[in-house]
Write a protein that binds this ligand. Sequence first.
Ligand SMILES: [Zn+2]
Length: 272
Amino acid sequence: MRVALATEPATPGRENEDFIAATPDAVVLLDGSGTPAGSESGCTHGVAWYARTLGSTLLTSMTQSAGSLSELLAEGIKATTSLHDFTCDVSHPGSPSATVVMLRRSGDFLDWLVLADSVLILDTGQPEPTVITDDREAQVGASYRERMDSLDSTSPEHVAAHREYVETLRDHRNRDGGFWVASVDPLVAEQALTGSVPVHEVRAAALLSDGASRLVDRFHLTTWRDLLGLLGQAGPNELIRQVRTAEQSDPHGQRWPRGKTYDDAAVAYCRP
Ligand SMILES: [Zn+2]
């Protein structure tokens, strides 16, 4: 596959909690979450460490093992947990976590896996591309975010409300009736959405963290089809530039209420 990548932290110079990496046959994207400023996590390494450690572990196993992507994700979560379960309190409810998207070419097929709310788009030549994401966190969170969304997103009150929102959602994380993300328990891999498509049916594929997909699914400034067109013509950096322009046009979160005014963004665009 030809793969183009871009990623950028929400604020220049700050740590990027998104992770993206690729080989010609495998792409992996993670969006780390779990610890807003002032919140406890039980882990001294942090969310960015978790995302890049699990992400690089997954990319290595995707290029070396023929196991299913769910199996590789389970093994990767287990291996990453074992790197800090003797120094950190991995049973803490705020332990670092991450969304995961994996895409791998295996012979004549493209295998994919999506866990949580990062987005995979497959263009199979139909009028509408196939968009795969698991929005259970947003569904659970909808009933808790009213106060946060009513506040100016640059205010200290909003920062506190966002922290409260994240800490409230921890009670629903990796539980039946809640939502599922990679963190400590390898069994969450069974909750991932998975599939396989013949390579010759796929014209293009895109992987997006929610900091990049917000141009469509939060700001409604374009469609999935036009976003794919933009990636094909101008590339992933241009998509992130357009996201930043939209974020800057609404610095207080009045037009588009959101937890983070600016968010880490990661994008991969692949052509088999
Ligand atoms: Zn740790």
